[in-house]
Design a protein around this ligand. Sequence first.
Ligand code: NAD
Length: 164
Amino acid sequence: MTSDLGVSTAGEPRPLMAGRLEGKVCVVTGTGGSIGRATALTFAREGAFVVGCDVAVEPAEETVEMARAEGGRMVSLQPCRLSDPADCGRLVELAVSEFGQIDVLFNLAAAAYFNRLEDISDEEWDSARRNEVDLVARSPASGDDASPGSERSCNDHAERFRRN
Ligand SMILES: NC(=O)c1ccc[n+]([C@@H]2O[C@H](COP(=O)([O-])OP(=O)(O)OC[C@H]3O[C@@H](n4cnc5c(N)ncnc54)[C@H](O)[C@@H]3O)[C@@H](O)[C@H]2O)c1
């Protein structure tokens, strides 16, 4: 008998969530960064097909190598600038062409701009909004131009391939 905490009731360790993502196609953004890399490796260990991306080429490639070295299945697009709708489309196309579907979209990539509130410049404020909030959450479904071809974010592009 086991608990959900990674140890059996007899006190023996067991793999956490082993195989829980088997066969799932998981798109993770920002896989060159710390949380993105950890996520990609964890998802791959759990059996997922991982599709990563990052604007930073070398760290993103390193993550792919690390996942594959452990036997994981991962592809990645770099450089991929997620503020560019065309790159968002390319990322989703990569997932679908490699693995045929998308089950999970983890919109993680973001860049924060910190400063004391009284010192923050308009430019920093705009950068924080664009690179933290818009990048993760913006969708035409919440705007006036929700028409075919108006896809801006990964959410919009991935919506076409979402399985119910
Ligand atoms: N680290 C934390 O403790 C923490 C806590 C709460 C929230 N977060 C959020 O999670 C995000 C990721 O955290 P992290 O520690 O992994 O950051 P990180 O800086 O290590 O990784 C972020 C990655 O996203 C990439 N990226 C940024 N903008 C991009 C863009 N426009 N297109 C493509 N790639 C882009 C960067 O190149 C980087 O590799 C943070 O931005 C933050 O909003 C982090």
